[in-house]
Design a binder for this molecule. Sequence first.
Ligand code: PGA
Length: 250
Amino acid sequence: MPRIKLIAGNWKMYKTPDQTRDFFHHFLPLVTHHDRDEILICPPFVDLHAALESAEGTNVMIGSQNIHWANEGAFTGEISPLVLQAIGVTHAIIGHSERRQYFGETDDTVNLRLKNALEAGLTPIVCVGEVLEEREAGLTEDVLRRQCTRAFHKVSTKKADKLVVAYEPVWAIGTGKTATPQMASDAHALIRGEAAQTFGHEFADKLRILYGGSVKPENAKALMSEPEIDGALVGGASLEPKSFAAIVHY
Ligand code: PGA
């Protein structure tokens, strides 16, 4: 069975609630009848309410950009999966490279967050990817293997059902440099191999692996045509309704 692609927008730290409503006002008519792919927007936490309200009853799903590994407790500044689920959020990005780079996220905290997201019934989008120095030193495969093994540690195949992985080479994020479809495809095949080792081949065949890193309307078609690429995680180009819609329609 072909894997349905997921086209996800990661707004990072952009937009107010009013700007969020405005985005949906313009974006929704552009994708109304689109049922070929799944569409997801991950706004900042404070914009979730506006996004959920705007997208209610449409084909656009709403996700968070992070999620905590506990359901409640003394964790100032963190967000519980139960709270996200209670308001209607369905997906959560985990271990984005900006979290790893600036906020001390490690392979182990990614693993904890992943387990709790699955426990809460949310669809986790686990981000992996090498930095430029690692690619240049020929370490891409080692890094991806390590990030996947540690993220998937002690996650049961049954529980992992909803797992989505995003391959985001860090040197391609926000830089305008994109991995070639072939580079992305090779990395995705490696990640799928790691998933097969942990969860079995049947699971790995169904696993969706998104590509992220300077996806734009101009390069979306070439990337999405690769059989190994099951969707996109889009930063900058998801902020503007027309450009994100153009990516959805690749
Ligand atoms: P970009 O970001 O599309 O702006 O490169 C992608 C991401 O960080 O998810």
